[in-house]
Design a protein around this ligand. Structure first.
Ligand SMILES: Nc1nc2c(c(=O)[nH]1)N[C@H]1C(S)=C(S)[C@@H](COP(=O)(O)OP(=O)(O)OC[C@H]3O[C@@H](n4cnc5c(=O)[nH]c(N)nc54)[C@H](O)[C@@H]3O)O[C@H]1N2
Ligand SMILES: Nc1nc2c(c(=O)[nH]1)N[C@H]1C(S)=C(S)[C@@H](COP(=O)(O)OP(=O)(O)OC[C@H]3O[C@@H](n4cnc5c(=O)[nH]c(N)nc54)[C@H](O)[C@@H]3O)O[C@H]1N2
Ligand code: SF4
Ligand SMILES: [Mo]
Length: 763
């Protein structure tokens, strides 16, 4: 068949949280042509250039095709699935009986495109009595989640399609996206003289270059910049007084602090002229609507939790919530905080047991059920009796993605047991005791819970494009086998539900809810039980979608109104079942929630739905700014942003760099002024050193950078084993240079964008 006659199959891009809908052509096991899917309910045909790399993920040469067991000499041997499951189950069981389930740490559960595996992983965690979890959210978003919980009690998303003013703080949506059709919306704002874009970034990023106000701060000074903006709003009385009186509490408690902010001094510290800050504050105050997005530039930096608070104060003091073009409470299909805590079953009435609130060794705050990534090495490399003894790592590459790879490697090898579930022989897998090969995201039913749209929110259940690569299993099957090997589940548990499933989903629902009432195990292990009983009745290849049946039930039960507005009316169990069926029937995705602005307000889960402006824990932090400066390390005079999103990065999902044909890769961006001082020209190798390590990297002289600030891409420097069996490394692994002890006082999030560094010419 020529490619003209090939059918186009629907799927999604897996390289960022947007998961744009794709249509692809395949040839054998290869993805040969890729285009945007016009029918996708949120991306509407939009894609960026990264979508063209799907085949490099799908057919990476270092994909695993057999379970692997580490030998004492550090090499690996292939073992059968039966052996792997038996040994892994036995060894976890032994750790549990010796030290308790709290000695096992779970890391990961999903990347940018795959969150179903984590739902099945929950069942294994419950069987093992696992209490502590972590994943990448605990090195970026936990501070923001904590602040959100104190102020609004709901997640919010900016309406960049309709806003008059867009505010981006440490966020470069041109490259990193974060909201649907980012580049289209950015261009629209930039072109419209009645709308404005404000970007807070030390670098003239692609987004900053489009901005009306580029507040080009000195690195690490977001809190001062945002503090000055909030101070100006209050001091010049630019606030929405009536709106604040009607919709918020706590203004009186914070007003005194904000009035005290020394704006001129803060302007000086952040390096932005005071007049420019005042002009930006006036632009925000005069706009009909402001939508804001904060991201890693601020969240992986000094004062990140305080920054999340100040960001919200700025748009709340000016009344920018709950209207078109502002910030609104979206209805999640399954909230990321619930997913992180493993609350993926029909558990509205019976919440799962509360997880510990502090980590056992370092006593770090646990937010949305996650311990901060940055404390993991300290929780292992100690003789503390409560240290973690084992880790289960699923769909994450912490030896590459967490701060201080050196300490993480040491930590992983110090464990008594480490098990990795991944598609490839990653940096992390190469230090694990067992590696279990998962089928790729194009070889099983998959989906993500990154559903942040408002007012119409959509969920996309993707069907597989291929059979599983021989030797691999979907996570649902891996966890089902583990539970069976642990002796937790057997045919006896499945049989009645299996029989009911054969009679149709009505009978199945009745049998399932009856089983939940009499057998607590049914709830505890719901995802796996659904996979084994409902799964076989689903279309071929869609068995892993079974857990979504319960998630639909949970969703509709908790969101009757917005589900009904999206057409899912009637009795909750039946509406939920129809939602599940629609997910199966619609390969481009389904709108599962339609919200009104009233719903946005109702989602504010504070007394009387009033937004709380007062977070007492953060006011002393704000007060400290007046007599504080960002730390300086004389021996390391540059500030390195370790992990910039570029067109050629995608975390570590695509390991094969074969798609990268032209130009330089993995460069260190440096300002022309600094390059001249050091005496390097474009492409020269320079030595980049921090307190934790030293690497050689080609310099890229870039007018994006301000003097003193340098930037390395994220997700590169992978050790990729190519088809010839050679290990090739392109680019630099940023976390060889970072320090896990440099972190936020409250959320423990890392200061990846504020790494003191030195740059020298390599002679
Ligand atoms: N191309 C691509 N896109 C991605 C990803 C990818 O790997 N590649 N990863 C996805 C993921 S997991 C995430 S979390 C998002 C992250 O998305 P972003 O947060 O937008 O990405 P970054 O480039 O890490 O950081 C954003 C900006 O922070 C700026 N910055 C550095 N230091 C400071 C500072 O001190 N203050 C401020 N205000 N800004 C500073 C940088 O110059 C940069 O422009 O991207 C997602 N999208
Ligand atoms: N210095 C520095 N470090 C950073 C950042 C930074 O800006 N600077 N950014 C941080 C951020 S925001 C994030 S989100 C993290 C990302 O880092 P991680 O959370 O580690 O995520 P990925 O790198 O995407 O790794 C996902 C893993 O899942 C595997 N995988 C892919 N598909 C499947 C599948 O279907 N099943 C299974 N089981 N596995 C699969 C991939 O092979 C890969 O190993 O990195 C963080 N690290
Ligand atoms: S990388 Fe993100 S924005 Fe680009 S096509 Fe993929 S999902 Fe869409
Ligand atoms: Mo991320």
């Amino acid at each position: 068949m020529s490619s003209v006659d090939q059918p186009w199959k629907k799927t999604a891009c897996i390289l960022c949280s947007l998961n744009c809908g794709l249509e692809v052509q395949t040839d054998g096991r290869r993805i040969t042509k890729i285009r945007g899917d016009d029918d996708h309910p949120t991306s509407h045909g939009y894609v960026c250039e990264k979508s063209q790399r799907m085949d490099y993920y799908q057919n990476g040469a270092d994909r695993l095709t057999s379970p692997m067991r580490r030998r004492p000499d550090g090499s690996y041997e292939a073992i059968s699935w039966d052996t792997a499951i038996r040994e892994v189950a036995q060894k976890f069981k032994a750790i549990k009986s010796k030290y308790g389930g709290e000695s096992i740490l779970y890391y990961g559960g999903g990347g940018q495109g795959n969150h179903l595996g984590g739902a099945y992983g929950d069942a294994t965690l419950k069987a093992l009595g696992v209490k502590y979890r972590s994943n990448a959210l605990a090195q970026e978003k936990t501070g923001e989640f904590w602040v959100q919980g104190k102020m609004l009690g709901t997640g919010v998303h900016g309406d960049f399609e309709h806003c008059e003013v867009a505010l981006f703080i440490g966020k470069n949506p041109w490259q990193s996206h974060g909201f649907a059709r980012s580049r289209v919306l950015l261009n629209a704002i930039a072109k419209d003289p009645t709308r404005s874009m404000i970007v807070i970034d030390p670098r003239r990023s692609e987004t900053a270059a489009l901005a009306d106000f580029h507040l080009q701060i000195k690195p690490g000074t977001d809190a001062w910049c945002l503090g000055a903006l909030a101070g100006i709003l209050v001091q010049e009385n630019l606030i929405a007084q009536q709106w604040l009186a009607a919709h918020t509490t706590g203004y009186e408690q914070i007003a005194a602090e904000l009035k005290k902010i020394p704006v001129a001094q803060f302007a000086d510290i952040c390096g932005v002229p005071e007049e420019k800050l005042r002009a930006a504050a006036h632009r925000i105050a005069s706009a009909k609507s402001v939508a804001a997005f904060e991201d890693l530039g601020m969240q992986m930096n000094l004062h990140s939790t305080l920054g999340s608070y100040l960001n919200r104060l700025i748009w709340l003091l000016t009344g920018n919530f709950g209207r078109i073009g502002t910030n609104n409470a979206f209805v999640p299909f399954l909230s990321l905080s619930k997913a992180s805590k493993g609350e993926t079953s029909v558990s509205k009435q019976k919440p799962s047991p509360r997880v510990e609130k502090r980590s056992p060794v370092v006593n770090a705050k646990i937010i949305i059920g996650l311990i901060p990534c940055n404390v993991i090495p300290e929780e292992i490399l100690t003789d503390h009796p409560k240290r973690y003894r084992a880790m289960l790592i699923e769909s994450g590459n912490p030896l590459h993605s967490l701060a201080d790879s050196q300490r993480m490697r040491e930590a992983l090898r110090a464990l008594e047991l480490s098990v990795v579930i991944d598609v490839a022989m990653t940096e992390t897998a190469r230090h694990a005791d067992y590696v279990l090969p998962a089928s790729s995201q194009f070889e099983k039913a998959e989906a993500t819970f990154f559903n942040l749209e408002f007012p119409r929110n959509a969920f996309h259940l993707r069907a597989p494009l291929f059979e599983p690569l021989p030797g691999t299993l979907p996570e649902a099957e891996i966890h089902a086998r583990l539970l069976e090997a642990l002796g937790e589940l057997s045919e006896f548990d499945y049989l009645p539900l299996r029989l009911a499933a054969k009679l149709g989903r009505k009978a199945f629902a009745a049998a399932f809810f009856a089983a939940v009432a009499v057998r607590p195990k049914t709830m505890k292990y719901a995802p796996v039980i659904l996979y084994r009983t409902l799964g076989p009745t689903l279309p071929k290849g869609m068995e892993s979608a079974a857990a979504l049946w319960a998630i639909c039930q949970l969703h509709v039960l908790g969101n009757r109104k917005t589900a009904a507005q999206a057409g899912f009316t009637g009795l909750a169990p039946l509406a939920a079942d129809r939602m599940f069926q629609q997910l199966l029937d619609n390969p481009s995705g389904v709108v599962f929630a339609e919200s009104t602005y009233e719903d946005s307000w109702n989602a504010v889960s504070m007394p009387d739905h009033r937004i709380n402006l007062h977070i007492p824990e953060l006011l002393p932090e704000l007060a400290k700014l007046s007599h504080e400066r960002p730390p300086v390390d004389a021996a390391f005079p540059f500030i390195l942003a370790a992990g910039e999103r570029r067109s050629d990065t995608s975390n570590t999902a695509v390991r094969d760099t074969g798609w990268h044909k032209r130009g330089q890769y993995g460069t260190l961006r440096i300002s022309p002024q600094d390059a001249e001082k050091i005496g390097c020209t474009d492409g020269d190798l320079v030595r980049l050193s921090t307190r934790r390590g030293s690497v050689d990297v080609p310099a890229e002289i870039s007018a994006m950078m301000q003097p003193g600030n340098i930037s390395l891409p994220n997700g590169q420097g992978l050790d990729y084993r190519n088809a010839q069996g050679e290990t090739v490394r392109k680019g630099v692994a940023p976390n060889e240079l970072t320090d896990n002890t440099q972190r936020d006082f409250l959320a423990g999030t890392p200061w990846h964008k504020y790494v003191p560094a030195r740059v020298e010419r390599v002679v």
